[in-house]
Design a protein around this ligand. Structure first.
Ligand SMILES: C[S@@+](CC[C@H](N)C(=O)[O-])C[C@H]1O[C@@H](n2cnc3c(N)ncnc32)[C@H](O)[C@@H]1O
Length: 285
């Protein structure tokens, strides 16, 4: 299968992490007591598995696939709660006035298709070009029809992503809900913070932002660094940083932190880990 065999190449590096999240969503969707349903997650998972295990795949692909499977076990509970939390965040943001949604590092996110948007909304998915080459091909095989106006914006968040977003039809001055789910940790701190200052300059008061806020020593993060081949490197720290709430407040966002265990309980799940880990939502003031 020529198309499938190209997947490891197009998803090499950080894109592999998006496959892991799709596997988590496929597993959650199969549960009777699921927190959400993602009808496309299994298709992404199947195509990725076929490609990574194809005999013609690049050397090491089968090992990478096994590593992704182990990380899925580690992150399953946390990412399931996170997905549901960010679903609720976006639906509430649109219901209360946001007319645009920007999903930064969208990966294999299918909210454009699977959420019941309360009103017409323009939804922009930003990710690296190679991610969309995989994603759009799979969605095409499923005749997927978005429930909103969906625009993909292939670009790098370390570059001039704002220009790409404007080119894709983003309107400055319109209340917007921004989501950065599982992405800013892969972007060096300075660039990650620039993402937020840029987003703040593009959107008016009442706009929203959300991302996870986790300790750098959280369980499983070492596994991701190993998967990405970074365990030996002193790469610059990424994400908004441990003082993200204070920093956001200084930039004109009113932040609120929701501890992960609190949400785990509210969704009827067990476990929850450290109350220092959780989610930030912020309103542009
Ligand atoms: C862990 S995945 C999360 C994907 C998605 N938000 C989700 O939760 O399913 C991280 C995503 O960030 C994207 N990403 C990482 N660095 C990026 C960058 N510099 N610019 C754009 N996207 C990036 C990857 O391609 C990948 O899709």
């Amino acid at each position: 299968m020529a198309a499938a065999a190209s997947v490891p190449e197009s998803l090499a590096g950080v894109g592999t992490t998006a496959i892991g999240v799709a596997l988590i969503r496929a597993r959650e969707t199969g549960r009777e007591d699921r927190l959400y349903a993602d009808p496309f997650a299994q298709a992404f998972a199947d195509a990725a598995r076929d490609a990574f295990l194809d005999p013609s795949a690049p050397p090491g692909s089968a090992d990478t696939w096994a590593t992704v499977g182990r990380l899925v076990d580690v992150f399953y509970e946390g990412r399931s709660v996170a997905t549901r939390f960010f679903d609720d965040y976006l639906l509430d943001a649109v219901a209360t006035g946001c007319e645009q949604v920007v999903i930064l590092g969208a990966g294999l996110d299918t909210r454009a298709f699977r959420l019941a948007w309360p009103k017409a909304v323009d939804l922009f998915e930003v990710d690296l070009p190679e991610m969309f080459s995989f994603k759009e091909e799979i969605l095409g095989t499923r005749d997927a029809a978005p429930a909103c106006r969906r625009v993909v914006v292939p670009c790098d968040l370390r570059d001039d992503w704002a220009a790409a977003l404007h080119g894709a039809g983003f309107r400055d001055g319109v209340p917007t809900a921004w989501l950065a789910e599982g992405v800013l940790g892969y972007v060096p701190r300075e660039a990650a913070r620039r993402v937020l200052t840029t987003a703040g300059a593009m959107t008016p008061a009442g706009s929203r932002f959300s991302c996870e806020h986790i300790r750098p020593d959280s369980p499983g993060l070492d596994g991701i660094r190993k998967l990405l081949g970074q365990e030996q490197t002193a790469r610059p720290p990424g994400g908004l940083g441990p003082d993200a709430p204070e920093w956001l407040a200084e930039q004109g966002w009113e932040p609120r932190f929701r501890p992960h265990p609190e949400l785990t309980e509210s969704y009827g799940r067990e476990g929850g880990g450290s109350p220092d880990n959780g989610y930030l939502t912020a309103v542009r003031t």
